[in-house]
Design a protein around this ligand. Structure first.
Ligand code: URA
Length: 291
């Protein structure tokens, strides 16, 4: 139950004080009865509230989250093979949110999810060139020639990829660890780009998207985006520069995975949520189909 003036304010009719004036003037009815006095409470799910004869309904609550997707989950709403989906990982959110774009079954890392269709459109439309950064652990011989090829663009299915930002983080027992930033979203693009230069991606993690950083969210958990993060995303496609576009260039400079610029300066501990569902990661060597 909620006070009528609060309900009107929550629905975006007017401020709470202005809503009180509107009630006093006799413009509001609840279940057909005009209400003029304060203090009346309504049941949002059952009562019918009219303003000047028109229904007053709650604004859709927009939810924006960042999930740290583990390997072994498909980025779909349901899976006909019965595999775990990213929806299983956000089932503790009382609203339905949908993945923004896709990560492969085997890929880990930053996956935005929201019920804001306009923002999903902006983030996924190729014209907006939204940057996505990955850490790739690869086997095979990665040399300067391969890196130059990746930077300039390689051919996947006969079509050249756009220039990428690539830097080497270091050598591993198997091969190398690299950071790669692309703004296209072709199917299994990063894996295919490395294949084109003779390397196999053994582990792939998305660490950044559209200026957002995965940070320290535990695998399989999620957090809500902050107001400033949401506002930054909403500027995409408007021609206005986001603060991070003006202050940050990743090209040729590696910022290690999980170490955001705010590290050590964060005043409040971020709140992570998630239902803690864990599934076994994909079995190495077993062929899994990309979603
Ligand atoms: N590129 C890939 O190859 N896989 C992903 O999941 C994302 C980008």
């Amino acid at each position: 139950m909620v006070r009528l003036q609060k309900y009107l304010a929550d629905c975006g009719v007017a401020s709470r004080r202005a809503s009180e004036e509107i009630i006093r003037s006799g413009r509001v009815s609840v279940n057909g009865e005009v209400i003029r006095e304060m203090g009346v409470k309504i049941d949002e799910d059952a009562d019918t509230v009219l303003l000047d004869g028109a229904p007053v309904t709650p604004r859709k609550k927009m939810i924006y989250i960042m999930l740290n997707k583990p390997a072994g989950f498909v980025t779909t709403v349901s899976d006909d093979k019965g595999r775990g989906t990213v929806m299983d990982l956000v089932s503790d959110i009382p609203y339905r949110v949908y993945p923004v774009g896709r990560l492969d079954y085997d890929t880990e890392g930053l996956l935005l999810m929201t019920n804001d269709g306009d923002l999903t459109y902006k983030l996924t439309h190729p014209k907006n060139n939204v940057e996505k950064t990955y850490i790739a652990e690869v086997s095979g011989n990665i040399n300067m020639d391969a890196i130059t090829k990746l930077r300039n663009g390689v051919f996947i299915d006969g079509v050249k990829t756009s220039p990428a930002k690539v830097s080497v983080i270091g050598a591993t027992q198997l091969g190398a660890k690299l950071e790669i930033t692309i703004h296209e979203g072709r199917n299994r693009q990063v894996r295919k780009m490395f294949e084109a230069v003779g390397c196999i991606v053994k582990k792939l993690t998305r660490t950044k998207e559209a200026g957002l950083n995965l940070g320290h969210i535990p695998l399989g958990r999620w957090r809500k985006l902050s107001e400033s993060e949401i506002n930054m995303l909403k500027k995409i496609g408007t021609g206005k520069k986001t603060s991070r576009e003006t202050s940050q260039s990743i090209y040729g400079k590696h910022s290690p995975a999980g170490k955001s610029k705010t590290r050590g300066r964060r005043k409040t501990k971020p709140h992570y949520s998630g239902n803690g569902i864990r599934r076994s990661a994909s079995v190495p060597g077993r062929k899994t189909k990309s979603n």
